[in-house]
Design a protein around this ligand. Structure first.
Ligand code: GLA
Length: 382
């Protein structure tokens, strides 16, 4: 047998083995499966669940960090492609984090000087980003093991109990995140939580998207629309100054579609501070429900991603800290700006800015936010 014949055969065998060993949930719906993804340093088993919708869109989600490990959506010819950065091998997720695909908590984004005061009590957090706290601290929700309850093959419920004092935050916090892959080609994320003590909370997901396919160059040619008249300018530690600045006449004006790379090299002071875009945009919202936040298109693949959310803001980050040292799925090199993040959330550092919408959660109150990533193509087959 020639090498050429052998390779497809081997791939076939691998796929068959994966299917056979993974069909714990296969009977339940459009063939969601689970398999062991790896072991934590403490020896706990990490599972990888695969959700699949009726259109063949597929999302693989890890119980470690609730990470969206892969997300396969069709291009305009109908060919599926994995459009999120990540690792084939679980061990990749144990490296110092770029937070690929992960659930972020308790507080997505930064808290200045890693401290805040609530009900007159000062709480100290870990300084894991210069003088500040980033994405929940040293062991945020991206690094914990979530309990999984699969749904009908198209959804996965993840729960986590964050104990009072964990990472410095008050209250026993019970968190549930439900990922659903709808038949409209949407990845929907529902976040709910309750606490037994006053606390602060700002949950999000940190997927890195490249609509041309993960590892397929940079995202500077992607076109972006953001439904935001204002954004939060930052200081050199990327902490909001408190000002809500108009995007009018600045490189932050994405109210009409613009290529991400068009103004990223501008001499605008805020672009320089962020090393590109790494800013929170305040969404123009109508009412409390799901409201359109962002739209991204990529010309070659024809893929379109719309983001809808109940959250008041969205962090737009252009992967400025990626530097080509990380090798991801299929050995792809993840260079600077090889992906973009659109993290729906409250404003950064809200606990220290009484003028920002509150992120406080009280006992008896239910935290509930929803974000939808909706995929389509600009014509042709979806
Ligand atoms: C966020 C931040 C960025 C960076 C990334 C992770 O989105 O805003 O500054 O820290 O996470 O690398």
């Amino acid at each position: 047998m020639t090498k050429r014949n052998l390779i497809p055969l081997l791939i076939g065998c691998i796929l068959m083995t994966t299917n056979c060993s993974s069909n714990k949930e296969a009977d339940a719906g459009h063939s969601a499966g689970s398999r062991e993804f790896g072991k934590t340093p403490a020896g706990e088993t990490v599972e990888l669940y695969t959700l699949r919708n009726a259109q063949g869109v597929e999302a693989a989600i890890s119980t470690y960090g609730g990470v969206v490990v892969s997300l396969k959506v069709p291009d305009r010819t109908g060919a599926p492609g994995d459009i999120v950065l990540g690792f084939d091998d679980f061990k990749g997720y144990l490296l110092p984090p770029p937070y690929f695909g992960a659930l972020i908590g308790r507080y997505g984004n930064r808290i200045a000087h890693a401290q805040f005061t609530l009900d007159g009590v000062a709480y100290k957090l870990a300084k894991n980003d210069g003088d500040n706290s980033l994405h929940g601290g040293t062991r945020g929700f991206d690094k914990v093991l979530w309990k999984a309850k699969p749904g009908n093959g198209q959804s996965l419920e993840l729960t986590y109990l964050s104990k009072d004092g964990e990472e410095g935050y008050p209250g026993n916090l019970s968190v549930t995140v439900v990922y659903t892959l709808t038949d409209n080609n949407e990845l929907k994320i529902d976040y709910t939580a309750t606490t037994d003590k006053d606390t602060v909370l700002n949950l999000t997901n940190h997927s890195y998207f490249n609509l041309a396919g993960q590892g397929e160059g940079d995202v500077l040619g992607h076109q972006l629309t953001l439904n935001a008249d204002r954004y939060t300018p930052v200081d050199k530690g990327l902490i909001p100054t408190g000002e809500l600045r108009s995007v009018e006449g600045t490189p932050f004006d994405f109210r009409q579609p613009h290529a991400i790379g068009e103004r990223i090299g501008s001499s605008d002071e805020q672009i320089k501070l962020g090393g590109g875009y790494d800013h929170c945009f305040i969404l123009n919202r109508a009412g409390d429900g799901l409201s359109p936040a962002a739209r991204v298109t990529e010309a070659k693949s024809g893929r379109v991603m719309e983001v809808l959310t109940t959250e008041p803001a969205i962090q737009f980050y252009t992967g400025n800290f990626l530097d080509g040292t990380l090798h991801g799925k299929g050995g792809k090199v993840y260079g600077r700006r090889s992906a973009l993040c659109l993290e729906t959330q409250h404003y950064p550092d809200s606990p220290n800015h009484p003028s920002f919408p509150t992120t406080e959660l009280k006992p008896g109150a239910a935290y509930h936010t929803t974000t939808v990533y909706r995929f389509s193509t600009d014509g042709g087959k979806t």
